[in-house]
Design a protein around this ligand. Sequence first.
Ligand code: UN1
Length: 510
Amino acid sequence: MFDDLLERLGLASVNSGACDAGWIERPGGEVIRSVNPATGESLAEVVMASVDDYQRIVERSCEAFVKWRQVPAPKRGEVVRQLGVALRERKRDLGLLVTLETGKIRSEGEGEVQEMIDMCDFAVGLSRQLHGLTIASERPLHRMMEQWHPLGPVGIITAFNFPVAVWAWNAALAAVCGDSMIWKPSPETPLTAIAVQKIVNEVADANDCAGVFSLAVGGANDVGESLIQDPRLPLISATGSCRMGARVAEVVARRMGRSLLELGGNNAIIVTPSADLELALRGTLFAAVGTAGQRCTTVRRLIVHESLIETVIERLKRSFASLRIGNPWDDGVLMGPLINERAVETMRQALESAVAQGGTVLYGGKRLPRPGFFVEPALVRAEPGMPIVGEETFAPILYVLSYSTLDEAISIQNSVAQGLTSAIFTNDLRESEQFLSVEGSDCGIANVNIGTSGAEIGGAFGGEKATGGGREAGSDAWKTYMRRQTCTVNRGSDLPLAQGVKFDTEHSMT
Ligand code: UN1
């Protein structure tokens, strides 16, 4: 049904998941199937990279880095500009492929490609703004400055739920910063990765920089482990579960590498008595069921003032019931399938635990009787102390909790291990300021009158605590992809020491 699309994206003949300066024709890894989660049918077979292929890829990446770091940053930006143009041309097709492979709806699939384009645009501007500081020296005739140098080949591990945008967050910045990179996508979404790599290759070949962007589709235990343990990669950027991130953090720290982690969230929305309820409900619905609850920014806990809780529950039940669930490529559908059978089972188990721990399923949660991995979103009345509420289940389950004072609401919101995104719906200035203050949300992202998901790329994206502390995309996230060098230059003929230290060498030198 989608053969034309695969043809247009150049995927009809490609089944290699390994690319250094060019495709490795017969990679030595396992053969995996890319599955359409809306039908359970296979889209294509992909041969993964083996550890030997990985070794070859990293060698090429190191060679490419040595050349790439010499290219002036604005010229590197020009390559990223061309990538943005190529992505604009393929936005519809690539967006549809994202839809087919992940099950997210068309608008979200295309939105993800837009996020890549936005990142390219942002990085192009940045390529002329990799500024360092000049600093006043305390010593006469001395000058201090900071400069930022390219860091080295970067390892990029991405998850299935944002199979291309998160690569772009990293790749666009790494590229303008002068780094080469090796991408290990989720084995659930190898086709989108190969499609992106094909587009990148066209741009890289035209600019004589093949090898700067490379791809190693592989398993966590072989290619993934090799990547994180590799001392040639000074930075590992990883997006995924807290469990995966803990492993990356440990291994990379042991070799004194740098890791940039964007891990699980357990995001909450607080709805206060002064809130615009229409806005709050719309914001909650998108944040809860968008991408079938499989965003790291998905709202998992709705903390509602006790005076509103019954109204909010009734309204949400109605919204959940009227939500169109179906083939994610069909117009009007707002929720597609979960990614795979395991995700359906994990959701079922979470709901079972919720009930066993005293929660009440108010709506939904059942599997839909059709091929693929479809479920109804679930609304669950819960208490903050329930262990399952502290966990991130990557599925559309929304726990509803009630509060009486804002202090209590904020303390419930901050009581979980994760710290990615958070939101408050209020029209009360004091409430919103308290939420954003030091005693407010402890998350990396805090929104007022906006849901927890759907961040723009201009801000730094990431979270605190078990979310890993990394920041990607906008603001000054680029600094993680470079090494900072503090330089002090003396133009005098004396050697004054800092802190007024005297170390008279005249006698000892004569
Ligand atoms: C993720 O789920 O890993 O803010 C990223 C958002 C998107 C990115 C989500 N822009 O929801």
